[in-house]
Design a protein around this ligand. Structure first.
Ligand code: SF4
Length: 139
């Protein structure tokens, strides 16, 4: 499964988080099939539930994100932090495999597409044209 290329039409903006928009309600995606993610949720005693998409012009589908972390390591402008380990952007700085790549500094994106190429589950969509969508979201 990959990020829905038209998520901004098919989902709704549900909240703002670290200055970016969260689109929901989300889905049961690739993360739910990943052994590391499943084990981490089991250990935490929590079910895997839809989380939605974080960001708009730098959009990460948290339901497909397996916490592999390559997007954090390849980004030249350090757009991403680990959601559960804020301020940390190393590939292996995740809290555990329930953690997700968070586009905390969406505005710093230079649209190089390195993260899109690196992501093993096609969970990221980068689209400069969606800056306007971001700017027009009312929450
Ligand atoms: S497109 Fe490039 S600059 Fe933008 S978030 Fe991805 S890796 Fe970072």
């Amino acid at each position: 499964m990959a990020i829905d290329e038209e998520f901004y039409k098919n989902l709704k903006p549900i909240e703002k988080h670290n200055d970016h928009v969260v689109w929901g309600p989300g889905k049961i995606g690739a993360a739910a099939e990943d052994p590391n993610v499943k084990a981490a949720y089991e250990k935490a005693g929590k079910p895997i539930e839809p989380l939605g998409i974080h960001g708009t012009y730098v959009a990460v589908d948290w339901d497909d994100c397996e916490g592999e972390g390559s997007c954090l390591s390849v980004c030249p402008t350090t757009v991403f932090d680990w959601a559960k380990n804020p301020g940390n952007s190393g590939q292996d700085d995740r809290l555990d495999y329930t953690d997700k790549s968070d586009p905390t500094r969406e505005a710093d994106c230079i649209f190089c597409m390195a993260c899109v190429t690196a992501c093993p589950t096609q969970a990221i969509k980068i689209d400069e044209a969606l800056v306007e969508v971001h700017n027009n979201v009312k929450l």
